[in-house]
Design a protein around this ligand. Structure first.
Ligand code: SAH
Length: 253
């Protein structure tokens, strides 16, 4: 006998929960001239063609509206793979670099990342992307002007798992430790020991660090992306491609 459908129909909550989030409401400033979902999808396709493959990161990059984090005069460039000024001499990182670093953080984890520490909130864009792939995000900024700006930019998103902190990120944030992942958006001469101390065993840190070219007379010449994995045997460091980040500075301003 054919099973008759029961009424009212049962909604399978696990299925509805797995549905992708609806795109956020968009209210584009005049000038972008295009639907922001479509422009963002084009950016994501470009990132994928350049080698980004983690579906969690691709989805997050497709969801976070980068144009909301830049000044209105720069909205037209928001989805280009370029860094842009955000005030006080700082820049929002290129989407290609943001997604590359977050993909590196996610590499050894299935599902969501656990607690993440971000050093250098800036305008808050990368923090918003992180909050999509992690259960909890602590993001520290040393410049009050940018900390306030990020708070303002992020208000409409109401991200309950994102905590913005004003402080010196070189000290990390011990209250949230240990972290499954630590990511720095500013580069120093060396990795502060607080970061590796606050990393969980099994956790990963990704940061730009200045590299001394062999043969250069004492001069720091370039930055490279550095990955540090904390294992039960200790720290394992891998140096990757050259990058260009603003300097990591100590103290508040
Ligand atoms: N992730 C940011 C990028 C901002 S640029 C974004 O999406 O916009 C890097 C930021 O690091 C700058 O805002 C700079 O002020 C900040 N920074 C530099 N040294 C720092 C430190 N010791 N602690 C916290 N923030 C720092």
């Amino acid at each position: 006998m054919k099973q008759r459908p029961t009424f009212p129909a049962r909604i399978d909550s696990s299925v509805s929960a797995a549905k992708p989030k609806a795109p956020m409401a968009i209210n584009l400033p005049q000038g972008l001239g295009m639907d922001s979902v479509a422009v963002r999808q084009r950016m994501v396709q470009k990132l994928a063609s350049q080698g980004l493959s983690d579906p969690r990161v691709l989805a997050a990059m497709g969801r976070v509206e980068r144009h909301r984090f830049v000044d209105s005069a720069l909205v037209n460039q928001a989805y280009e793979d370029t860094s842009l000024p955000i005030g006080l001499g700082q820049t929002i990182s290129k989407p290609g670099v943001v997604s590359r670093m977050i993909e590196l953080l996610c590499q050894s984890t299935e599902g969501k990342l656990g607690r993440v520490l971000e050093i250098g909130t800036g305008c808050g864009y990368q923090a918003a992307v992180l909050s999509e792939v992690a259960t909890e995000v602590y993001s520290i900024e040393r410049l009050r002007g940018l900390h306030d700006k990020a708070r303002e930019n992020l208000r409409f998103l109401r991200l309950a798992n994102l905590h913005l902190l004003l402080g010196d990120g070189m000290l990390g944030y011990a209250q949230g430790a240990p972290y499954a992942a630590i990511i720095a958006a500013a580069g120093g001469d060396a990795l502060p020991t607080a970061w590796t101390d606050q990393l969980a065993v099994g956790g990963r840190l990704v940061a730009p660090v200045a590299q001394r070219a062999s043969g250069a007379v004492g001069g720091v010449t370039a930055q490279a992306l550095v990955v540090v994995d904390k294992t039960s045997q200790g720290l394992r460091q891998t140096i990757l491609e050259a990058v260009h980040f603003v300097p990591l500075k100590s103290g508040l301003a």
